[in-house]
Write a protein that binds this ligand. Sequence first.
Ligand code: ADP
Ligand code: MG
Length: 312
Amino acid sequence: MAEFALIQRYFSGLSAPGQDVLLGVGDDCALLQPPAGQQLAMTMDTLIASRHFFPDIDPVSLGHKSLAVNLSDLASMGAKPAWALLSLSLPKIDHGWLQGFVRGFQTLAERFGVRLVGGDTCQGELSITMQLTGFVEPGRKMLRSSARPGDLVYVTGTLGDAALALQLLRAGKDPGELRKHLEMPQPRIVEGRMLVEAGVRTCIDLSDGLVADLGHICERSGCAARVHAQRLPLSSRVRSHVQESGDLALVVAGGDDYELCFTLPASTQSLLETLPFESTCIGEIIPGKGVELLQEDGNKLSLPQAWEHFVS
Ligand code: ADP
Ligand code: MG
């Protein structure tokens, strides 16, 4: 099957022309019309086989995850998702695989109003690059740079589930229920929109682990954060793992959580009570540099390093 036919068959049906999509897949470029007065939020992520996912991963999960990791970036800014570009490098044409991949992508795309408006397809090692654009109203966005001493630090959901799933898979064990945290993360788009509407202005999504990502907020905001280990929200599986192994690294440096970590002045804490989702206060922003993790007795825990590319 030629490249053109493949694109026609799998990728041309994922965006109907509409108000903001004048021309989608099929010409040399897509033609897009942003809504008047809105700013564009753009992000891109690459997933490479064996580095970011097991090559035999279910293609439905991979289609989902490729979009989910980008949606998570939009969620952290409080942006409304709009358009996707997909660059796909495939070792061969496998129709069952492509159908699964498109299904995983499409199911999540429809849930959050994402239209696939273009991309590129080539032969090579399995790798997926997705670019996503969303809309934000001027002045209504969440950044990494707006945290201030006295702010409280919150996270959505639970931490460490994906990292524990990865650890189990690497050890040849079945992660059971935890697998979906690793392979089908749920981007916190709805939560991000509600937080920004409620007036929260500082947020990041947790892709590289709490310490690293909260560290980005601290660095960009010129302050430090104190996290209380006993407040970290854990699922029962992760809690028993931590109790058995005494190892918190998985929770604070594991990565792939795709939860939101946000801060807000303590005086505005009550605005969270009106929101229909749970978040947990795990600490506070303080003057200084870096992230410190405190045990119940007040002693500092030494921090494990997060995953970084290009670090030998
Ligand atoms: P060109 O050679 O001019 O770059 P292509 O043949 O690569 O064009 O692509 C033709 C059309 O198909 C374009 O509209 C492009 O955006 C779209 N397209 C190609 N690959 C993908 C893909 N993986 N997902 C979505 N759209 C794609
Ligand atoms: Mg062209």
